[in-house]
Design a protein around this ligand. Structure first.
Ligand code: OSB
Ligand code: MG
Length: 368
């Protein structure tokens, strides 16, 4: 494969409902969508999951545009590449900026699977025909509203409910929810809102039979998480702290977590995500696929990845209609009884909806 042209688009999609976390509220999803064309005219799409603010990790849509325009795109244009696994190696000289790298790599997987006549799930070695999905619910501000959205999500069939927590919106919240929903698989995600000084809060959360607590401590920490994990029963799941297979190896060796949330963008692409999956499988550490409020393109990549065997816990890949009035793929992602069917069609299994993409585009630029 030789890449001849890359178009970067800045898209802005309004969320059906604002999404609130411990670090802030998203009203719109603004992100970069890449359209990559190779010498044979095959087109692949890649999504950068970086937000327009550096609240989750340090990358933003604008830092991604800079990295893509000034470094990453010039490194791949007109270069002969046999397999998408080569890309992370090619980008090795550029430190971090994983979401920018991943956007290109995702488009490569799209082109590669089209040219080799296979589905993305098949190319990755995924065997599952359907994947089990959960849902991540933002902070609603009142317990009554929170009960209401949890109730709706359970009735829609989602297999586990993730609640965002923050100091002051934690113990009482979980106590009430457990009373209302005694048997529902539930978990909490703190997005780094706590420190080791809050250890009593986590000891109290231990009582609510949560599947796990996601990223309670600092976004770059694995040391304090190991200290915390030794003192609580509930497994810790790392999200923000994991940016590579090396991070996973160290976290497991230290005992910093019992579960890993894999996000393709955060670890620099699908190839690295698969390596992490394989490593965790070998070590007996369950994984699940996280979400970044993706459009249909990133969502399709998540579905294919989740078809791998060690994705044994429901992920955050909810249906398109949970987020958007209209998604940018055809068909949209549909959840039925808490499952998504893994597409068997060639490529990512969904077609880009070019009209919708055009409608949501704020600016774009082509590089060749
Ligand atoms: O921590 O998993 C997270 C959304 C934005 C930023 C970080 C996170 C999330 C989610 C939503 O939890 C997952 C989704 O529905 O895509
Ligand atoms: Mg998280």
């Amino acid at each position: 494969m030789k890449i001849k042209e890359v178009t970067i688009r800045h898209l802005k999609m309004k969320l059906k409902n604002p999404f609130s976390t411990s670090f802030g509220t998203f009203v719109n999803k603004e992100f970069l969508l890449l359209e990559v064309t190779d010498e044979q005219g095959t087109i692949g799409f890649g999504e950068s999951v970086a937000f327009d603010t550096p609240w989750y990790t340090e990358e933003t849509l604008k830092t991604n545009w800079h990295m893509l325009e000034d470094f990453l795109i010039p490194m791949i244009l007109n270069k002969e590449i046999q397999h998408p696994d080569e890309i992370l190696e090619l980008f090795k000289g550029i430190r971090k900026n994983n979401m920018a790298k991943s956007a290109i790599e995702g488009a490569f997987w799209d082109i590669f699977t089209q040219q080799t006549n296979q589905s993305l799930a098949h190319a990755l070695g995924g065997k599952k025909e359907k994947i089990e999905v959960g849902i991540s619910l933002g902070i609603q501000g009142s317990i009554e509203k929170q009960i209401d959205v949890v109730d709706k999500a359970i009735k829609s069939g989602y297999k586990r409910i993730k609640l965002k927590i923050k100091p002051g919106w934690d113990i009482e919240l979980m106590r009430v929810l457990r009373e209302h929903f005694p048997d529902t698989p539930m978990m909490a995600d703190a997005n780094s809102a706590y420190t080791l000084e809050d250890i009593d809060i986590f000891k109290q959360l231990d009582e609510f039979n949560l599947m796990m607590i996601e990223q309670p401590l600092a976004s770059d920490d694995i040391i304090d998480h190991a200290v915390l994990q030794k003192q609580i029963k509930t497994p810790i799941c790392l999200d923000e702290s994991i940016q590579s297979l090396e991070d996973v190896r160290k976290a497991i060796e230290l005992g910093s977590c019992g579960v890993i949330n894999i996000k393709i963008g955060r670890v620099g692409g699908i190839s690295e995500a698969k390596r992490i999956h394989d490593y965790c499988e070998e070590k007996g550490i369950p994984v699940w696929c996280g979400g970044m409020l993706e459009s249909g393109i990133g969502r399709a990549h998540n579905i294919a990845l989740t078809s791998l065997s060690n994705f044994v816990m429901p992920g955050d890949t909810a249906g398109s209609s949970h987020y958007w009035e209209q998604d940018i793929i055809k068909p949209e992602v549909i959840v039925e009884d808490g499952y998504i069917l893994v597409p068997q069609e060639i490529g990512i299994g969904f077609k880009p909806n070019l009209e919708a993409i055009e409608k949501y585009t704020v600016t774009s630029k082509t590089y060749k």
